[in-house]
Design a protein around this ligand. Structure first.
Ligand code: ADP
Ligand code: MG
Length: 604
């Protein structure tokens, strides 16, 4: 099977992904950043691509090309505004297309994109230790024919055969395995460095169709940086009114610090910064809070939502009609963005896959499928098999059901079975069967220090939390005493999709017998409780029931006992019900009421 890699050829960043043994992965030489900035610089007749070129944006702005994706397949007129802002020379070429001039040399956008692709290909080859010649390459959903053709041409120049041009939002949906779900609508919210795109996809029969797009080609994380730059500049001027920001160096430092602050704020409520400005002889320091940042970017986020409204309007759909929402692009890591999107669509967006990588991963999966590979790896953001704990008699109590989207959190109350029980075992299982002996044990821990109380009185809350990375944290807390314990486990570890399919099949095959086995255990517990109740008020029985009635009661208890030994849950239930009937007269007495209550609990 010849490998077909997936490539996200981005405006700001590019990267490749493919399916390896464990599933889809971004590929990069070990120890290196998997992301290649889509920036290239000309140096003594050679190209330098990626990280090393980024540094040259400042020192050699006329030789350093970025945002080449904006030029692909577009003509001079369409690009008039764009060209004014770019520090490198963009000149008209034949058929109204454009070229980039560096010194005396001229390059088409395809040639420049090809250099980026060549670097991505080279890095993938180094990482995989094999030659790579075929690829699925992603483009924005709104790309027209000319833009798609230009992308194909770029790939060809880089020595890559394009097996398919894939829409970026579709790739993101594939990464989350949404093509395997039931038909419906998917909204893909993509906020990158310099562009915003909202795409509405309609899934029918495993195929996605783009039904509407709307966006803003001048809105993205760079604007967030700009807001923070303004904030820094304001603060700086308040203290040092003499500072000017004319020097490119100063601008660049300001920009870099702003982006660093932004990225740190994605992971913490506030961050300290030091702005190094040796050229001005100062080194101002300060603190920015997430709240301050969110206030500044609120109007920008609102603009993205306006785009969402337009796209929905064009498609004649409402936000509530979306079945799934997917986040794409580095800027969707910003907590304020996530919150706003969740509020707008009224549902939790998919976030488990790094939004930086999700398009490449989807392209990698598509390439794998086109190469004849199978989707026999785990979906990345759903819990594949139910998670729960062992309860009385070896039954499996599911807390989180299969196909729940992560992150997820569920808590349930449990209690003790025996008087004065001071510890409970929390035994964690994964599976789809009714008895824990047919499930996979994931781990166990003991909650100790429960104050002695009658059985059924302690309130133990068991909480299952699966974080965005699939890590399961199980905690137990006795509510009255506050005693608590927890454990962390990786639920799907070591399981492939085909193993999971097998487990699911088995659970279907055993559905009826499992149900019976579980009921046998549960009815057995009911019967045991009834026996205890009857023995407890035997003096009441002696006073209320005739000898024959008492004998009948004893006989029926024996029938229930022998029925418990048999394997038929329905038959056991019938005998328990008959026993219930015989104990009814006991309930008319004060002492017997307690028993009745017990029996009601038991029957419930
Ligand atoms: P593109 O699709 O335009 O190539 P990307 O999806 O790679 O863009 O996103 C790049 C943007 O994401 C940049 O503005 C970068 O600063 C921003 N970004 C990356 N990581 C984070 C983060 N942790 N928090 C906030 N923004 C981030
Ligand atoms: Mg992108």
């Amino acid at each position: 099977m010849e490998r077909i890699i997936g490539i996200d050829l981005g405006t700001t960043n590019s990267l490749a992904a493919t399916v390896i043994e464990d599933g889809p992965e971004v590929v990069a030489p070990s120890g290196e950043n998997p992301i290649t900035p889509s920036v290239l610089t000309r140096s003594s007749g050679n190209w330098i691509v990626g990280e090393a070129a980024v540094a040259q944006r400042l020192t050699a702005p006329e030789q350093t090309v970025y945002s080449v994706k904006r030029l692909m397949g577009r003509d001079v007129e369409e690009l008039a505004e764009e060209i004014k802002e770019l520090p490198y020379a963009v000149i008209p070429a034949q058929r109204k297309l454009v070229k980039v001039r560096i010194g005396t040399e001229e390059f088409t956008p395809q040639e420049l994109s090809a250099e980026i692709l060549r670097e991505v290909k080279r890095r993938a080859e180094t990482a995989l230790d094999e030659t790579v010649s075929k690829a699925v390459i992603t483009v924005p959903a709104y790309f027209d024919d000319a833009q798609r053709q230009a992308t194909r041409a770029a790939a060809k120049l880089a020595g890559l055969e394009v097996v398919r041009i894939l829409n970026e939002p579709t790739a993101a949906a594939i990464a989350y395995g949404l093509d395997e779900r039931k038909d419906g609508y998917v909204a893909v919210y993509d906020l990158g460095g310099g562009t915003f795109d909202l795409s509405l996809l309609k899934l029918s029969g495993k195929l996605f169709k783009v039904i509407a797009t709307h966006g803003d080609t001048r809105l993205g994380g760079d604007d967030f940086d700009r807001e923070l730059m303004t904030l820094l500049r304001e603060r700086l001027l308040a203290e040092h009114p003499e500072v000017t920001f004319e020097r490119a160096e100063t601008q660049q430092r300001l920009r870099k610090t702003a982006e660093e602050i932004k990225i740190r704020l994605s992971g913490s409520p506030e961050t300290a910064y030091t702005l190094e400005l040796p050229e001005c002889g100062i080194m101002p320091q300060g603190l920015v809070t997430q709240a301050e940042f969110e206030e500044r970017i609120a109007p920008l986020i609102e603009r993205t939502l306006a785009s969402c409204r337009k796209a929905l309007g064009a498609a004649g759909l409402t936000a509530e009609q979306m079945d799934e929402v997917v986040l794409v692009g580095g800027s969707t890591v910003v907590p304020g963005v996530r919150k706003a999107v969740e509020r707008f669509f009224g549902r939790k967006p998919h976030v488990a896959i790094d939004p930086y990588k999700v398009v490449a991963i989807g392209a990698g999966i598509q390439g794998h499928l086109l190469a004849g590979g199978r989707r026999d790896f785990l979906l990345l953001d759903v819990i594949p098999l139910a998670l729960g704990i062992e309860t009385l008699g070896g039954t499996f109590s599911k807390l989180i059901t299969a196909n729940t989207t992560i992150p997820a959190e569920v808590a349930e109350m449990f209690t003790t079975n025996v008087d004065n029980q001071t510890a409970i075992d929390v035994n964690i299982y994964q599976g789809e069967r009714e008895l824990v002996e047919d499930c996979r044990n994931l781990g166990r821990f003991k909650l100790r220090g429960i104050p002695p109380m009658p059985a059924g009185l302690p309130l133990v809350e068991v909480a299952f939390r699966v974080d965005a990375n699939g890590l399961l944290i199980v905690s137990a807390k006795e509510q009255r005493s506050g005693t608590a314990a927890e454990i962390e486990v990786i639920p799907s570890h070591g399981l492939t999709q085909s193993e999971i399919d097998h487990i699911l099949e088995e659970s279907f095959d055993h559905a009826i017998s499992d149900f019976n086995a579980r009921q046998l255990i549960e009815f057995g517990q009911t019967a045991a409780r009834m026996f205890r109740g009857i023995e407890q008020c035997w003096t009441v029985a002696e006073a209320t029931l005739s000898t024959e009635e008492r004998q009948e009661l004893r006989t029926q208890m024996d029938v229930v006992r022998s029925s418990m030994q048999g394997g038929d849950a329905a038959a056991l239930k019938r005998q328990i019900d008959a026993l219930g009937e015989l104990t009814r007269p006991l309930a008319d007495t004060a002492m017997g009421r307690a028993v009745l209550e017990e029996l009601q609990i038991a029957a419930g």
